[in-house]
Design a protein around this ligand. Structure first.
Ligand code: FRU
Length: 523
């Protein structure tokens, strides 16, 4: 989200605000309200039921949200902080909202974690657990590293010794001063085991800067990456750096959100290469490569400190800055994608691609079967999805589909509802593309290229194409072949799509489909 200028807040009123919120949080905490079984949690989750409200994706209860921030696992909970305007359903003075989950599926609201102060509003950033007490705030303190957007963008830190419930800002802020750049933000920090140092990646204009620190307080610039490689159609934002196995090798992945990409608008590009603690070197590949080819994945980053070593979990803001302030959800604005497991997969042309699939927890969460088909389709096959338990047709659902198409096969997957609203994916084997058309998907009067057809590479030459579709009240996420080149899209139909029609052109296709219901996470 590119910004308007931040309003300066008076130092004293902010101090008072922070202090009273901390007092309130302490009182509430002392009263033991923040447990998963509390009536406060139960009441707040039951309230997210309005039209269009996603039922399997995180949304803030009220008002504006953009980027996920500070994602960290700690003490049995996945923490999700997020860019939040707690007073309006448009972008404005940013705070860090906060929610926690025991299982990545159900989310529970927590009080706002970070408020603006005299250095500026609170922009995107990350959080780590300081296991070795390098910063001196306490062993296992949770430390947030974030941009403050004031007259200039600078980097600050804050620490929590109560597992993220309350934060204290470091009195020595900012920890990284602005060298005179208008766009200088979104620090993502990780511990680099081999060099025994913290590494911070930062978006500076349209390059990424790398910093080192022994203690999270003093930072040294070590290198820059990005000139002449990848997409530079807008500023770079929200970087992330992590390693993943590729066969027996360890490779490093650099994620960069890129504003203003023609076609997709804003999206997350990635680079694969090597990192020695100071410098990132990208392997040759046909850059730019995107983690998701839909229009609605932005500012995505990964969780730190996960209990399962080698797991990389990604979450992104599921919207596009071009129209995020205009979507027809009056009470709240924006959802996150499903959490996604990331993996590196070798491409036949010798480079590595990053795949992302819904977190494995969601495959287990998928419940009763609500639709099934297996056979040959010569023209059109309609499959209505009905949740027999409740006799409803309004729950989110997922479907796994195996499709065998002729060599020049062209096949439409039409998701629709009784009102005739629809979102159509066209698999075009000859062109090696999947096109998505949401021009009849319900409310579409949004700025930018909202109703324009979008496309992703098909990335497979196999006879049988495996697809999974995850459908919520205002989104569709399509994954192909274990998550290479997904397409995520927001949609605003009056009622959730509850029918799939498979329509084949250029010859018959063979289809096998199984659909399952997904219970609301807010019930
Ligand atoms: C990305 C972004 C970040 C910034 C934040 C402000 O959407 O522009 O670069 O920190 O949003 O809300």
């Amino acid at each position: 989200m590119r910004t308007a200028s931040a309003k300066k807040l008076s130092k004293n009123s902010m101090k008072l605000k922070t202090f009273s919120v901390q007092l309130l949080a302490l009182a509430v905490c002392a009263a033991g309200i923040f447990t998963f079984t509390s009536s406060a949690d139960a009441a707040q989750v039951r309230s997210r039921q309005e039209q269009y409200r996603p039922q399997i994706h995180f949304t803030p209860k009220k008002f504006w949200m953009n980027d996920p921030n500070g994602m960290v696992w700690d003490n049995g909970e996945y923490h999700l902080f997020y860019q939040h305007n707690p007073n309006d359903s448009h972008w404005g003075p940013m705070h860090w909202g906060h929610a926690v989950s025991p299982d990545l599926i159900h989310w529970y609201d927590r009080p706002i974690a970070l408020y603006p102060d005299s250095l500026g509003t609170i922009f995107s950033g990350s959080a780590v657990i300081d296991h070795k007490n390098t910063a001196g705030f306490g062993k296992d303190a949770m430390i947030a590293i974030f941009t403050q957007h004031g007259e200039k963008e600078v980097q600050s830190i804050a620490y929590s010794t109560d597992h993220g419930l309350t934060f204290t800002k470091y009195e020595g802020n900012p920890v990284i001063q602005n060298p005179g750049k208008p766009d200088f933000r979104d620090p993502k920090v990780s511990w680099h085991e081999k060099s025994g140092k913290w590494v911070l990646v930062l978006a500076a204009g349209d390059v990424i800067q790398f910093y080192n620190s022994p203690d999270l307080k003093t930072w040294e610039l070590t290198s820059e990456f990005g000139k002449g490689i990848g997409s530079h159609t807008g500023v770079w934002e929200c970087p992330d750096l992590f390693s993943l196995p590729l066969g027996k090798k360890e490779k490093w992945v650099l994620l960069v959100s890129n504003g203003g990409n023609p076609g997709m608008g804003c999206a997350v590009q990635y680079f694969v290469g090597d990192f020695d603690g100071k410098t990132f070197k990208a392997d040759p590949a046909p850059y730019p490569m995107w983690i998701d080819y839909g229009r609605d994945v932005y500012a995505g980053v990964t969780w730190s400190n996960l209990p399962q070593e080698k797991r990389r979990l990604f979450l992104a803001w599921m919207c596009n800055p071009a129209y995020a302030g205009n979507v027809p959800t009056e009470v709240w604005r924006s959802a996150d994608t499903l959490p996604r497991d990331l993996k590196l997969i070798p491409h036949k042309d010798g480079y590595a691609v990053l795949s992302s699939s819904p977190a494995k927890e969601f495959f287990k969460y998928a419940g009763r079967e609500i639709g099934k088909f297996s056979g040959k389709i010569t023209d059109t096959q309609k499959i209505a999805l009905i949740n027999q338990k409740y006799n409803l047709q309004s729950d989110p659902w997922m479907a796994e589909l195996a499709l065998k198409l002729p060599a020049n096969g062209l096949c439409d997957l039409i998701l629709s509802n009784a009102k005739g609203e629809q979102c159509v994916f066209t698999i075009d084997k000859a062109a090696g593309k999947i096109r998505m058309d949401r021009s009849k998907s319900g409310k579409i009067d949004m700025p930018g290229d909202y109703a324009k057809v979008n496309e992703s590479p098909l990335y497979t030459e196999k006879d049988e194409i495996l697809l999974s579709l995850w459908v919520d009240h205002s989104s569709v996420e399509l994954f192909v072949e274990n998550g290479i080149a997904p397409q995520t899209t927001v949609v605003f139909p009056e009622n959730i799509f509850n029918t799939i029609t498979i329509r084949t052109q250029n010859g018959p296709c063979q289809a096998k489909l199984k659909a399952k219901t997904l219970d609301s996470i807010w019930k």
